[in-house]
Design a binder for this molecule. Structure first.
Ligand code: EPZ
Length: 418
């Protein structure tokens, strides 16, 4: 088993380059199925999530060639067959194969395990969209068969502005007959990145990034060249770390407007940020003003950053609050943070933090990807050494995290233990 060991309190200075967005890449890779000829995607982060998706594409018969952060996919040799649980239990975002295979072959068979640690994470809105386009769905103990004689454009209203459902319906609608409108669509930047990719293939999609996306079906899609946008959640994580330990820490390859809700909150608390065109320079402060965060769909405060962000409350005088409105179980990291000396508790979807706290290194366990990020952040400011178990969660979403932090002065390593 792998563990991460971090020795705290080292100042961090220098430059951290942000990788391509995990939450774009996990949709762009399956979307490649829709093209008839080769696609090249640049800036794909080398993380376990993208490894699994490339394996799934190869399992289906695609030729996949990876060279550092570029992936070339030849979809012409794909055979549409059932996708087994061995893949989908590793990665929930494998549900994007549903929209891509349904869109291309009008049939998909996939084992999709239920929720995960942060919530039940149903896919009812994805399925509602597929049915609206004319598909029938059968589901026998976690195996979904989704098929249609023909897919026809439809008007689809999403009860929740779901990122996954918005993308999955977009994938299925690109080759449908006629017009599809997705109303109350999610507006995350990753959705724009995927729509641009599909349009580069010859799709006709307008309105991505707004709450109304229009798709006019086309007959076929061709290969193209595309680039993954920078990962705003990875960037936000390092900016938070910089606000705790940075000495002119430069986080670059960033699209600052994607992080406006986070950087403006940090400035409100007394943060020292220099925001450039594609970088943010951050300096640590010893104390911050307490605050109240409410996670919202984009452009609101991202749910994926509330966990690492809350480590800043150890530098606040008084009570700070996090109201989580997206996932029902996203506070499992609190009991691990308490072990390190944070004073925090949660009631339903609200967590309260009373600062200031001096954190001490100890043994903790990651319960999900962003919980792991909060433990890394806490360990970097704690006295002594922290050992983080279940480090696989962290390696799912942070490319080269040990190298990136070591390069700016952190004492961090990964060890194998029996
Ligand atoms: C995406 O998850 C991201 N994952 C999540 O990031 C992110 O937290 C989330 O969007 C919100 O921004 C990827 O992009 C791979 P949703 P997704 O559908 O698409 C409910 C990370 O750490 N819902 O927008 O699964 C759902 O249960 C991960 O990188 C339904 O009820 O999120 C949740 O409460 C974690 N029915 C809410 O909507 C549905 O059919 C938002 O979910 C779909 C969703």
């Amino acid at each position: 088993m792998k563990v991460m060991k971090i020795e705290g309190k080292n100042k961090l200075s220098g430059t951290i380059k942000i990788s391509g967005a995990k939450n774009s890449s996990v949709a762009l890779l399956p979307a490649s199925i829709l093209a008839d000829t080769d696609v090249t995607i640049c800036n794909v982060p080398e993380i376990t999530d993208t490894d699994v998706l490339c394996e799934m594409l190869e399992y289906l018969g695609a030729d996949v060639r990876r060279a550092s952060e570029s992936v070339v996919i030849s979809p012409s040799t794909i055979v549409n067959k059932e996708i087994p649980k061995e893949f989908t239990k590793k990665l929930r975002a494998s549900y994007y194969f549903m929209g891509a295979l349904l869109g291309k072959y009008k049939h998909v068979e996939i084992f999709l395990p239920g929720g995960c640690s942060i919530g039940s994470r149903p896919i009812d809105l994805h399925l509602k969209g597929f049915e609206a386009l004319g598909a029938t769905i059968t589901n026998e103990n976690e195996k979904y068969i989704v098929e249609a004689k023909e897919l026809k454009g439809a008007n689809i209203y999403l009860d929740i502005a779901s990122v996954g459902a918005t993308i999955n319906i977009m994938l299925a609608a690109t080759l449908a007959k006629g017009k599809t409108i997705i109303d109350n669509a999610a507006k995350e930047p990753e959705i724009v990145n995927i729509a641009t990719y599909l349009n580069n293939m010859g799709a006709k999609i307008t309105g991505a990034g707004t709450s109304e996306i229009r798709i006019t079906g086309v007959d076929k899609l061709h290969g193209c060249f595309h680039e993954v946008i920078p990962d705003r959640i990875e960037a936000g994580t390092y900016i938070i770390i910089g606000a705790l330990l940075g000495e002119n820490l430069k986080v670059y390859n960033v699209i600052p407007e994607h992080l406006e809700s986070v950087t403006s909150k940090l400035v409100e608390m007394g943060g020292d940020l220099q925001i450039g065109s594609d970088y943010i320079i951050v300096n640590a402060r010893n104390n911050y003003k307490k605050t109240h965060i409410k996670t919202m769909v984009y452009p609101g405060f991202p749910t994926d950053l509330q966990q690492p962000f809350s480590i800043l409350f150890s530098r606040c005088n008084g009570t700070s609050i996090v109201e989580e409105t997206i996932f029902e179980n996203r506070f499992m990291h609190l009991k691990e943070l308490e072990k390190m000396g944070m004073s925090c508790k949660s009631e339903g979807m609200v967590a309260t933090f009373v600062g200031p706290n001096n954190l001490k290194g100890c043994e903790v366990s990651a319960t999900d990807l962003r919980a792991g990020a909060s433990l890394v952040t806490a360990a970097l400011i704690a006295d002594g050494t922290t050992t983080i178990r279940n480090v696989e969660y962290i390696l799912r979403g942070y490319e080269g995290i040990v190298e990136k932090l070591t390069d700016v002065g952190a004492k961090i390593k990964i060890e194998e233990i029996e």
